[in-house]
Design a protein around this ligand. Structure first.
Ligand code: URA
Length: 247
């Protein structure tokens, strides 16, 4: 819900309404990184990153950290112009304005984080922090040792080699007509796992994400979601390189 900035600041206990107006006029308030000086400006404390002197205000809306087991066939976006089902459609009962952290292809299943914590979302998706993601890829045929080594050391995609990955052949099935690979990668390039497997001649038939940094959950059924525990949120902060000040 959008509110006037001075109201948000006063509700968050930063300053009185009058003092908040002064902070705004002095150019000390930013919304999503942009300094705001106009007095009537509105913002959504659940969706926007609002700071005074660079320090994030405690949002009036609670921060939510949701882990969803996305089924294939849902798009990772808040709204789809083509009106396909979205991951938000699966979050019945969540009133906060959460948004997906990164993206899973429509035809990929598995774990997806959604949050209204803008700082954590930005950190987790920034390549510099290299939070690992693990996937199970069912591929056509059985990759030989050389193919697995190429996946591990890096595959040139769009003129740039993928970072070293952990790759294990979990098992082979259907009379060697397919195999299950477990791959842990540190980047989130577009359709990365699919394109890597394609490049070694083993196209992906089904793809599931099973881990995001320290977060995994084998018991969460497809289409279901849950809030992260405090310990999980802490571990994600650590993985994203965010230092939480003791209060
Ligand atoms: N790699 C892919 O190819 N697709 C995804 O959805 C995620 C990683």
């Amino acid at each position: 819900m959008e509110l006037r900035l001075q109201k948000i600041l006063s509700q968050a206990g930063v300053a009185s309404r009058r003092a908040a107006e002064k902070l705004i006029a002095e150019g000390r308030v930013t919304v999503n990184g942009t300094t705001v000086r106009e007095m009537g400006t509105k913002a959504d404390p659940a969706a926007n990153d609002i700071r005074v002197d660079g320090r994030r205000i405690k949002s009036a809306a609670p921060l939510r950290y949701i882990l969803l087991n996305k089924p294939a066939g849902y798009v990772t976006t808040r709204s789809d112009p083509r009106r396909r089902p979205t991951v938000i459609d699966l979050l019945r009962g969540v009133r906060e304005y959460v948004y997906p952290v990164g993206r899973l292809d429509c035809d990929t299943a598995g774990l997806l984080l959604l949050t209204n914590d803008g700082e954590l979302a930005a950190r987790l998706t920034h390549p510099r922090h290299g939070v690992e993601r693990t996937y199970e890829a069912r591929v056509a045929g059985v990759p030989d040792a050389e193919a697995i080594e190429r996946l591990r050391t890096g595959i040139p995609l769009d003129g740039r080699r993928t970072l070293p990955a952990e790759v294990t052949l979990l098992h082979r099935g259907r009379g060697d007509r397919e195999a299950l690979l477990v791959m842990t990668i540190r980047e989130g390039r577009n359709r990365q796992v699919r394109r890597m497997c394609e490049a070694v001649g083993r196209p992906v038939r089904a793809l599931i994400r099973t881990r995001i940094g320290p977060i995994s959950d084998r018991r969460l059924k497809p289409g279901m979601w849950r809030d992260l525990t405090t310990a999980e949120i802490r571990s994600l902060y650590r993985a994203a390189g965010i230092v939480v000040a003791k209060r």
